[in-house]
Design a protein around this ligand. Structure first.
Ligand SMILES: C[S@@+](CC[C@H](N)C(=O)[O-])C[C@H]1O[C@@H](n2cnc3c(N)ncnc32)[C@H](O)[C@@H]1O
Length: 359
């Protein structure tokens, strides 16, 4: 067993050919549950599998370790580069030459000031914005998709870790800079230079790359639009609370999505918002009234596969409603209980983590 540390520096046990999944900070990440989820799947017969709402890729990575042919998917393109870097990638890493190129000004690269011009005083300091403009321009000239993806992954994680709440939902740079006593966050990490954090995440990604001898794939699609067959589909949708409060991934991480369209970013910014988010897009998981229909469509779409769903027992639909929807497509539905589980930054410590397996 390997040992790595979660956000609160508690050890997390991970078994994986001596490779370690990087330390990511992402809303709803299943990293700490990945051993348990993997063990619940170990008796099922399957070879090809889809992680339809992949996020950090923690479950795809677990499935890759279990010697399955894995397809990672996420609707956000910044996430799918994690899938490219750690799931699809078999052996490419970033070496010192690559790092020298990425971290310095280069003759033939055209530099712009998109972040300095559009995000002054919003998320990062002036000199950090300058560093970001330089670094993304360098990264965008990398031809090798796996090198690009590792670099993009490291850049995105460095941005996340320097943010109060690890999110981009508010114009709140002042929280980082003001000289007050704080009950949360980690000012030392916020103030660590980008370059140091970037190097750390490149190292972590380099150390996580491995081949399980299958051609694994990373997609960037709406889970409702994927048309292949998979023996097993793992579903971990955004959470909607009983009251209808939803986790708006596009709104929380828009800055990282913007980095993926750097040259065209300014055409997509909602300048009416104080924090210059991207213009919002519709998503069924942001709508309590549509969500039952959404799950029904999703289960119907993947009804020929074993369907595995991660769920919190206090959301919408309710635990029973979701079971009934799944039972209309699967003859045998079992429920596995992990018990109480508190997500990072969540105030809710009462909810229970469950796994439905529909065969
Ligand atoms: C709960 S998170 C998944 C967490 C992931 N299992 C992990 O361990 O990191 C839900 C993910 O679904 C993605 N998502 C939201 N709507 C989607 C859609 N319609 N199709 C595919 N992915 C979607 C979000 O971007 C987010 O990364």
């Amino acid at each position: 067993m390997e040992c790595q540390y979660d956000l609160f520096n508690k050890p997390v046990e991970v078994k994986n050919n001596g490779k370690k999944f990087p330390t990511t900070r992402y809303n709803g990440s299943k990293l700490k549950l990945s051993e348990w989820i993997g063990s619940q799947l170990s008796d099922l017969e399957f070879n090809t599998c889809l992680d339809a709402f992949g996020g950090t890729g923690s479950i795809s990575y677990k499935l890759k370790e279990m010697d399955k042919k894995v397809t990672y998917n996420d609707i956000l393109s910044f996430n799918h580069y994690i899938g490219k870097a750690l799931i699809e990638n078999e052996n490419t890493i970033l070496d010192d030459n690559d790092l020298n190129f990425i971290l310095n000004e280069n003759k033939n690269v055209e530099y712009k000031s998109t972040i300095q011009d559009n995000f002054k005083d919003i998320y990062f300091t002036e000199s950090e914005n300058q560093w970001l403009d330089k670094t993304i321009a360098n990264i965008n000239t990398i031809d090798n998709i796996y090198k690009y993806s590792i670099a993009f992954f490291a850049l995105a994680q460095a941005c996340i870790i320097k943010r109060p709440y690890n999110l981009f939902h508010r114009k709140n740079l002042y929280m980082r800079l003001s000289n007050v006593k704080r009950s949360f966050g980690n000012k030392t990490t916020w103030d660590t230079p980008f370059e140091e954090l970037f190097r750390k995440f490149v190292n972590e990604a380099n150390e996580a790359v491995f081949s399980n001898s299958y051609e694994n794939t990373a997609l960037n699609m709406n889970a409702f639009d994927i048309d292949d067959y998979f023996d097993l589909v793992y579903i971990d949708t955004p959470y909607i609370s009983e009251k209808g409060t939803f986790v708006d991934y596009f709104g929380f991480y828009h800055f990282l999505e913007g980095l993926t369209i750097y040259d065209d970013w300014e055409n997509h910014i909602d300048y009416n918002s104080k924090h210059h988010r991207l213009k919002p897009k519709k998503n069924i998981f942001n709508d309590k009234k549509q969500i039952h229909k959404g799950f029904d469509e999703l289960f119907k779409k993947y009804e020929d596969s074993i369907i595995v769903v991660s769920y919190r027992n206090d959301g919408t639909p309710t635990e029973n409603e979701l079971k009934e929807i799944l039972e209309s497509y699967k003859s045998k539905v079992s429920i596995k209980n992990f018990g109480h589980y508190k997500y990072v930054l969540s105030k809710n410590s009462k909810s229970k983590e469950i796994l439905y397996i529909g065969e």
